[in-house]
Design a protein around this ligand. Sequence first.
Ligand SMILES: [Zn+2]
Length: 467
Amino acid sequence: MRYALQHLYGLMAAILTFAVSPILQAGPAENLAQAVTFRTISSQDPAATDYAPFLAFNAFLRATYPRTFSTLQVDTVSEYSLMLTWPGSVSRSGAILLTAHTDVVPVEPGTEEDWTHPAFAGVMADGVIYGRGTLDDKVGVISLLEAVESLLAAGFKPRKTIVLAFGHDEEVGGELGAAKLAQLMRERGLHFEWMVDEGGLIVSDSPVLPDRPLAMINVAEKGYLTLILEATGEGGHSSQPPLQSTIGRLSRAMVKIEENPFPPELVPPVDAMLAALAPYADQPRRFVLENLWLTGPFVASQLADDRLSSAMVRTTTALTMFNAGVKDNVVPQRAEAAVNFRLLPGTTTEEVVEHVTRVVDDPLITIRHNAWQNRPGIADEQGEGFIAIAAAVAEVYPGAVAVPSLLVATTDTRHYTDLAENQYRFHGMEVPAANTNGIHGTDEQISIESFEKTIRVAERILRNGAR
Ligand SMILES: [Zn+2]
C-alpha cells in the first residue's frame, strides 16, 4: 500500500506520467524484477564489457525514480557510476553515505539450465523474484532508490547530507566505479560520519539462532592478498630431464602451503558477535559463549572444522592457479602458481608472506604479491550508524537479534576508507541460509516480502540516520 501511494503526486502528474511511461506505476517488486533484466555484467577487462546495458539500466533508474533524480544532485562518474547527493537542511550537521553496485557477475557457462527461471528474465513467481542481482546487489540499488523516492514523496527533509553512490564495477575491483566516486567525494570535501555498503544481511534460519532472525551487521571485512609463487630451473628435452623439475618443485611448495593453514583464532569482531549471541543460547553453550576469555581457543577450533564458519576464525588459504608447461615433451624452465589469502582483521600482508616463505622453505622459489591498499578498520559497534541500522531492523523485524559481524568476502567499502569514520555493511533483507548460495551462484532469488522489508529498513536507516 505505502508504495502504491508514493507515486501519487497529484492527479495530473500521475495521468501524464502514466501516459508517458507505464513503468512508473509498477510496484517495488516489479521494479527489482525489471532491474534484473539489464545484463550489467562487469568483466575484468573493461574492453570486453558490454556497456550498453549499463546505460540502459541508468536510464531505467531515472525513469523509475523521477523525484529522486530531479531533486537530488546527480553526478555520473566514469560514464556509468552514479552519485546522488541530498543536501542536509542544516549545514555542518554532517553527512552519511549509502553505497551499492549496479554490476553483477555472469552466470557460470554450462549452468544456465540449472536455474528455475532464467537468470536475466526478471521472473516473479510464487512470491519470489528470481535472477542475477536480486541479492547482489541490485537489491541494494533498488531498495535505496525506493526508500528515497518514498521519503521525498512524504516530504522528508534530512538534517544531514545523504549521499548515495552506485559503482558499476564492484565485482571486478571497483577501480573505475567506487574508486572514482570516492575521488569525487574528496574533491568536494565530503566526509562521512558513517557509511553503509552491501555485505551483511538477516539470516532467517541460522544454526546459531534457529528461531529468530539474525541480523549480521558487518563492522569489518577480511583482507585480500594473492601471492604469486614462481619456480625457475633447468628445462629442456623430456628425454633427458633435470633431476628436479620446476613443476615438481612448485607442486611440493603448494602442498606444503595447503597442509600448513593459519591456526584458528577468535578475533574482533567475531568474538563480539559470539558474545552477543550468548543470551539466546541454551546451556552449556551459553556458558561457553559468556566466557570466551577462557573458551575462545576451543570455540575457534570448533568453528574451524566447518567450511563455512572456518572463514570467520582463520586467515584462509586457497590454491587458485597453477601454470606451467607448453608441450608434453618439454620440461618447462618456469612454473607459476597463485594462492589467494583472506586475512583476518589484525593479520598483515607481511605476516602472511613470512609464514609462506617459512613453510615453502625453498630459495629457488620466489614469492611476490600485490596487496590491496586501504584496508578498512573495524567500525564502532556502539556507533551512531550501528545504532541506526539496529533500530531499523528492530522496527521492521520484531524479535530479530542484531550482532556485529565479520564479512568474509570483500566489497567496494575499502575505496571509502578515508572518507567515513565508521564503515558498516548491511542490507535489510531476510534470507534463509541456504539461499545465500545464490549469491554468485545458481537460482539467486529474494522473496517479495523480504525485498519490501529491505526497503523499509533502508527508509528507516535514512530517516533515523540523517536526523
Ligand atoms: Zn556485491
